[in-house]
Design a protein around this ligand. Structure first.
Ligand code: AMP
Length: 144
C-alpha cells in the first residue's frame, strides 16, 4: 500500500484497540496503547499507537494526537531503558509499503539494542513466545 489510500479499520492494530485481538500491553490510556511486537527485532521491541486517530501514517496524523503519541514514545523508551538496560534504543516509523510499512495504523517502534547483537528482520522474524512477551511487558510497565 502506497502513501495514498483509505484507512481500513480491519487492520490488526485497530483490532487490538477494540480488544478483538490479543496483545501483551505495556501501557494504555484513553489516547494511546503500547504493546510488545510479536515479531520482535530485539528483546523488548515495543510498539506505541494512537487510539483515536484513523491515520495510516505520520503524514495523516492529527498534530495534537501526534504530540501525545510521541510523548508516550519517550516515556515508554525510558521505561524500556530502565527495565532492560540496553546499550542503545532505535525508534523507527515507516510510511508506505515501499518504505517498509506492513500495518497501516500509525505506530512507532521502540527497539532496544545491545552492542554486538544485530536486530532481527523487520516484520519478518519468528513469532515470540506470548508468555515471554507478557513478562517483558510487565517488566517495562513496572518502570513507567
Ligand atoms: P510496520 O512494518 O512498521 O508497519 O510495523 C508493523 C509491526 O507490527 C511489525 O514489526 C510486526 O512485527 C508487528 N506486528 C504485526 N502483527 C502484530 C500483532 N498482532 N501484535 C503485535 N505486533 C504485530
Amino acid at each position: 500500500m502506497s502513501l495514498d489510500g483509505a484507512y481500513d479499520d480491519g487492520n490488526i492494530f485497530a483490532k487490538i484497540i477494540r480488544g478483538e485481538a490479543p496483545a501483551a500491553k505495556v501501557y494504555e490510556d484513553d489516547h494511546v496503547v503500547a504493546f510488545m511486537d510479536v515479531f520482535p527485532q530485539s528483546t523488548g521491541h515495543t510498539l506505541v499507537i494512537p487510539k483515536q486517530d484513523a491515520a495510516r501514517n505520520l503524514l495523516e496524523a492529527d498534530p495534537a494526537i501526534l504530540a501525545t503519541l510521541i510523548q508516550t514514545v519517550q516515556r515508554v523508551a525510558r521505561a524500556v531503558r530502565e527495565a532492560l538496560k540496553p546499550d542503545g534504543i532505535v525508534v523507527t516509523q515507516f510510511n508506505g509499503a515501499p518504505a517498509g510499512q506492513t500495518v497501516y495504523h500509525l505506530h512507532f517502534h521502540i527497539i532496544p539494542t545491545w552492542e554486538g547483537v544485530p536486530h532481527g528482520r523487520h516484520a519478518g522474524g519468528g513469532m515470540a513466545d506470548p508468555d515471554e512477551l507478557k513478562a517483558l511487558a510487565a517488566a517495562i510497565a513496572a518502570k513507567l
